[in-house]
Design a protein around this ligand. Structure first.
Ligand SMILES: [Zn+2]
Length: 590
């Protein structure tokens, strides 16, 4: 009697079986349906050799949790399906598959799981299919598929009830980094809690990573024994985990990158490891997972797998994506590339955080910034208890901007003496580096501290015609960058600013690495302190009253340069931007 006959006819009566490695089991039993993947027919683990250890970790009795942080097109969905197939046929158990939304749960249920069941002669009879693929009874329900010895429950991470059902042994969570925030707890924790009664529980979490501050898969990967896939160099034999830094390409005569020259070079000997095509099977076969850190005896194994290992994706295609996202300075496409291709979380913080340790930060500063394209000068004024700080910024066409100067006036902000100095400074001419003499066209002064608010209102009242105005920062994602003014007791205008969004605009622009539209120029003469203050905060997503909101977190005590930059940008948005649009329309040059 073959093993297959055993499974279909008798296993409901012999539920306790010895676990076998999932890769061996899937090679013998798993069938991929037509149209359900790039390679229909019998499952062959050797087609994705890196999958073998991950699959075997799933059925290893010593392992409780498997975390797979992965790029797209690496076979992640097949891992989930193989696991479902195994715990349906070999060790029948209740299985919970959690997807980010009800729609995705429905799609994977009908597109992938039903297709897998129909394609497999062993699975078909368990779910009531006859030979001609007609369903006999109502067993193939969308959300709950019952079979002898267990069931497959498809759940949405957003559903208030799906995650609060009865005890379940096998918990599979797919794309956990797109799980919605819940007010009653973390969806992954809630799902895992369903298995707490099982000493032989299995948890499998997979996802492409989201943002660094909020990535669930990255956090959980950090708590695992972490593995990377190392492949020996065909020339010198030195093993390496493939990374984007190993990918090289040539530049053409016009300086633009040529994706057709894409290749991967060995960090040890410089030899070419692979060309621009998909990852070759012999190379993938020669690789092995190496423990990066952590102790595997903790029962949690984490696997990090970038798209460079995909046997279906070409290297030249990835270089094309990378070059075009960079050329277009498209932050969204760059973010998608980092997450989906490199399987790394997107770091929302400005470059100083990522590059503080490297020499690249030094290139960020310009010894002689070119001011010829500068059209408007504005000032941002931050008022503290013992001083006033003023940054002067320049703005050009296409949102290019220049930090021009940063000045501190020490004194009591209630004293007339201090404000005389501020007034003199704001009204004085400013020399640009290309020899022009300009005036500060507009300025925004912070009045939000409650201490000097009335003084600031009084100071601004006679200066309204010079576009020197009081502002008040309002936090929150949905507050507009700038709002129409209200009037203070001194009849001067008071503008409310969406400071969180203004900060995000500045940080997005700081992330632009090429001089041109949106680029922020920082002169070398502004000290390291200016840069540290400018990059002193980072956005973090938190859940409040069941809603996901962004909060800006300060990482160091001083951040005045960032506040000044926000006010200077607001001054540009309020007074210069409308003028520059008018000039454009009438064909005049600014
Ligand atoms: Zn080598």
């Amino acid at each position: 009697m073959t093993d297959a006959t055993w499974s279909t006819k008798f296993f409901p009566y012999f539920r306790i079986r010895k676990p076998v490695p999932l890769s061996t089991w899937a090679d013998a039993h798993r069938v991929i349906g037509d149209g359900a993947g790039p390679e229909p027919g019998r499952w062959r683990t050797e087609r994705t050799p890196y999958m073998r250890a991950i699959m075997d970790a799933v059925t290893d009795p010593a392992v409780r949790e498997v975390v797979m942080c992965t790029g797209v097109q690496l076979g992640k969905t097949e891992l989930l399906l193989n696991t479902i197939c195994y715990y349906t046929l070999h060790e029948p158990s209740p299985i919970l598959l959690v997807e980010p939304s009800e729609e995705l749960a429905r799609d994977i249920g009908s597109d992938r799981i039903d297709t897998m069941i129909k394609a497999s002669p062993e699975l078909r009879p368990l779910f009531g299919f006859t030979e001609d693929l007609k369903i006999k009874s109502g067993q193939l329900n969308l959300a709950m598929k019952r079979f002898p010895g267990g069931y497959i429950k498809l759940a949405s991470a957003a559903s208030p009830t799906d995650l609060k059902s009865r005890p379940i042994r096998v918990i599979l969570c797919d794309e956990v980094d797109t799980f919605p925030a819940r007010s009653d707890g973390n969806a992954v924790d809630m799902a895992i809690a369903r298995a707490s009664n099982f000493c032989d529980r299995k948890v499998l979490l997979t996802s492409t990573p989201g943002t660094l501050a909020n990535s669930e898969i990255w956090r959980r990967y950090g708590h695992c024994a972490q593995y990377e896939y190392h492949i020996p160099c065909p020339h010198c034999g030195a093993p390496s985990a493939w990374s984007w830094g190993m990918v090289k390409w040539d530049a053409g005569a016009d300086g633009a990158g040529e994706p057709q020259t894409a290749r991967m070079e060995c960090p040890a000997c410089g030899g070419v490891i692979r060309d621009g095509g998909p990852a070759p099977y012999p190379l993938l076969m020669s690789g092995r997972w190496e423990l990066l850190q952590g102790d595997p005896s903790c029962g949690r194994l984490g696997f990090h797998l970038p798209g460079l290992y995909s046997p279906w994706m070409t290297l030249s295609g990835m270089v094309t994506e990378w070059l075009s996202a960079n050329r277009a300075r498209d932050i969204d496409r760059l973010r998608t590339f980092i997450q989906d291709r490199l399987a790394e979380p997107w770091d929302e913080r400005p470059p100083s955080w990522r590059e503080r340790e490297s020499e690249r930060t030094a290139d960020r500063f310009e010894a002689e910034p070119d001011h010829t394209a500068l059209r408007f000068l504005t000032a941002g004024v931050d008022v503290q208890r013992d001083r006033v700080e003023i940054s002067v910024w320049g703005f050009g066409a296409n949102m290019e901007s220049w930090a021009v100067s940063h000045t501190v006036f020490v004194g009591d902000p209630l004293s007339a003496e201090l404000w005389l100095k501020v007034r003199e400074f704001l009204l004085a001419p400013v020399k640009t580096r290309d020899g022009r003499e300009g005036v500060i066209y507009a300025a925004c002064i912070d009045s939000g501290d409650g201490y000097s608010t009335q003084t600031v209102y009084r100071f601004c009242a006679p200066l309204e015609k010079r576009r020197i105005v009081a502002v008040k920062g309002v936090g929150g994602d949905r507050v507009p960058l700038v709002s129409p003014p209200t009037r203070t007791a001194f009849h001067s205008p008071l503008y409310r600013l969406g400071v969180d969004r203004l900060k995000q605009v500045i940080y997005d622009r700081l992330n632009i690495g090429v001089i041109g539209p949106g680029y922020i120029h920082i002169p070398r003469e502004l000290s390291d302190e200016f840069w540290a203050q400018l990059t002193a905060e980072s956005p973090e997503t938190v859940v409040e009253h069941g809603k996901q909101i962004t909060r800006w977190k300060q990482h160091r005590p001083r951040n005045e340069a960032l506040d000044c930059a926000v006010y200077a940008l607001a001054a540009y948005e309020l007074f210069c931007y409308p003028v520059s649009r008018l000039q454009k329309k009438s064909g005049r040059r600014g």
